[in-house]
Design a protein around this ligand. Structure first.
Ligand code: ADP
Ligand code: MG
Ligand code: MG
Length: 211
């Protein structure tokens, strides 16, 4: 069992920001191949803003933290990913009402909420070659672990593995949504940048909790 307190979540965000920052060439290359090349920059601007503001967020509630993250990502990031991450955090903020920490069960609800929000805001389905193809399998794998009574370490490792495999699976998909779908070849043969960075963040979250 784990407890991810608000201060922990802020430290996780700083760690995730570092992972994204450190993969500049790779992520930019991915979005340059099938999109407009700005995905790394969009995410980095969003994370930098979050880190800058997190000092002001020390006295807010956990629910307000998620609301603030949502608003900041939506307004600072731009691009489709800003809106999608914003929706994900906004939808799940309510789950944190009166909660001091995120525990094993609540994380399952949050992951499912993120997947649902991205699906409905992006009008996306599984297999459309988007970030949903990383977050949805991750949420499902985690839920399955919970259902089977697995301990939190096992649930987290299953979740991270499913996110990575989900991102990898976008290579063979035809893009239905987003810029990758504008190409005649529907970007088959290329990874979806948003799925890759989603997997990076979910792996980082699992590692952070497991540490
Ligand atoms: P933009 O495409 O506006 O430049 P980004 O480059 O930051 O925005 O993000 C692109 C990523 O956003 C894609 O790789 C994909 O994963 C995700 N994405 C784009 N459109 C959608 C959508 N309608 N539903 C779900 N995810 C989407
Ligand atoms: Mg882009
Ligand atoms: Mg763009």
């Amino acid at each position: 069992m784990f407890h991810l307190y608000k201060e922990d979540y802020l430290r996780y965000l700083a760690k995730a920001a570092g992972v994204i920052r450190g993969n500049k060439e790779y992520i930019t290359e991915l979005d340059s191949a099938t999109g407009d090349g700005d995905h790394w920059l969009n995410l980095t601007i969003g994370f930098e803003k979050l880190l800058e503001k997190s000092k002001e967020w020390e006295s807010v509630t956990y629910q307000e933290l998620f609301q603030n993250i949502a608003m900041t990502m939506m307004s600072a990031m731009g691009g489709s990913s800003g809106v999608l991450y914003g929706s994900a955090y906004l939808k799940t903020a309510g789950l944190l009402e009166n909660r001091e920490s995120i525990d094993q069960g609540l994380l399952g609800e949050i992951l499912q909420g993120w997947a649902e929000a991205i699906r409905s805001r992006g009008n996306a389905e599984l297999g459309y070659k988007t970030m949903l193809d990383a977050v949805y399998p991750a949420a499902s794998a985690y839920a399955k672990g919970l259902e089977e009574g697995k301990d939190s370490g096992e649930c987290l490792r299953q979740m991270a593995r499913a996110a990575r495999e989900g991102a990898e699976s976008t290579r063979d998909m035809e893009a239905v949504k987003g810029r990758a779908s504008y190409r005649e070849d529907k970007s088959v043969g290329f990874l979806d940048p948003g799925a890759v960075t989603m997997a990076m963040q979910l792996e980082c979250l699992a590692d952070f909790i497991l540490e």
